[in-house]
Design a protein around this ligand. Structure first.
Ligand SMILES: NC(=O)c1ccc[n+]([C@@H]2O[C@H](COP(=O)([O-])OP(=O)(O)OC[C@H]3O[C@@H](n4cnc5c(N)ncnc54)[C@H](OP(=O)(O)O)[C@@H]3O)[C@@H](O)[C@H]2O)c1
Length: 260
């Protein structure tokens, strides 16, 4: 028996769609037959045939408005909005290293892109009475690492709470809203970090990974998730197969969160 995800022809916008998790989501949705638009600041090094791309800085209101306009002009709306963009550039040093500019940077990178794009693209979903929105959060909303990710973790917590509120508001009107919270993911950036850690500690790549995993309190599975594994979860959640799932958080962390 085949397991068709029933994504053929659906219109999907994926933010942060050129690297890491976002790139993997773009590939999965495209393979599944969806029409896909990816966005990021720079075009992908190898464009995928059949996937459109819009360049914009989503940390700004103008960038979010440009992306929404491109989507509305091209398609009139989307069936699927995957808010992947996020990350942290905050320095180490705990609370004292975080001035107002750093705090706003983390909020503009992790909370406001989704708030602005949802606000622009939800009206067409509500008018149709269908759609699905994913917010990629992080287990750090529950497990903040105070040395360097206090502001990032707080921004992801805000994103998660916003996502839940939105799901309560719009699920009765046909739009599903979900959170996906990964633990450590072996993206290209993570590989580069593990290599740097390994060099500093005089060990190999696997040794570098072990050091990072220990700093997270350990990963019972013994390895980070692959971007494609996170993309598989998201691809299922946005599909009509997951039509009765809304308002929930889906953790993909190999068991990192130590509590129930
Ligand atoms: N990696 C992890 O271990 C991990 C763990 C938990 C949660 N997460 C979350 O998962 C999501 C994806 O993370 P990732 O590690 O896969 O990301 P990544 O590899 O760093 O890729 C980030 C993507 O977002 C784009 N981007 C970054 N800043 C942008 C901006 N201001 N405007 C528009 N696009 C921007 C990047 O392209 P440009 O640079 O060209 O703009 C790229 O396509 C994030 O929300 C992250 O917080 C990641």
């Amino acid at each position: 028996m085949s397991f068709d995800l029933q994504l053929q022809g659906l219109r999907a916008l994926v933010t942060g769609g050129t690297k890491g998790v976002g790139f993997a989501v773009v590939q999965r949705l495209h393979e599944a037959g969806a029409q896909v638009m990816a966005t990021a600041r720079s075009a992908p090094s190898t464009p995928t045939e059949g996937v459109s791309f819009v360049a914009a800085d989503l940390a700004t209101a103008a960038g979010a408005a440009d992306v929404a306009q491109a989507v509305l002009e091209r398609w009139g709306g989307v069936d699927i909005l995957v808010n992947v963009v996020g990350g942290s550039s905050a320095p180490g040093g705990g609370f004292a290293a975080l001035d107002d500019a750093q705090w706003y940077r983390e909020l503009n990178q992790n909370l406001m892109p989704a708030v602005r794009l949802d606000r622009a693209l939800l009206p067409a979903m509500l008018a149709r009475g269908s759609g699905v929105i994913i917010h990629v959060s992080s287990i750090q909303r529950l497990l903040p690492l105070p040395e360097s990710t206090t502001a990032y973790a707080a921004a992801k917590a805000a994103l998660s709470t916003y996502s839940k509120a939105l799901s309560k508001e719009v699920t009765p009107r046909g739009v599903r809203v979900l959170r996906v919270s990964p633990g450590w993911i072996e993206t290209d950036a993570a590989i580069a970090l593990a290599e740097r850690v390994a060099t500093q500690a005089g060990t190999d790549y696997e040794g570098g990974k072990q050091i990072i995993m220990r700093s997270l309190g350990g990963i019972p599975l013994g390895r980070p998730a692959k971007p494609q594994e996170v993309a598989d979860l998201i691809t299922f959640l946005v599909s009509p197969r997951a039509g009765s799932i809304s308002g929930s958080e889906h953790v993909i962390d190999g068991g990192t969160i130590p509590t129930v």
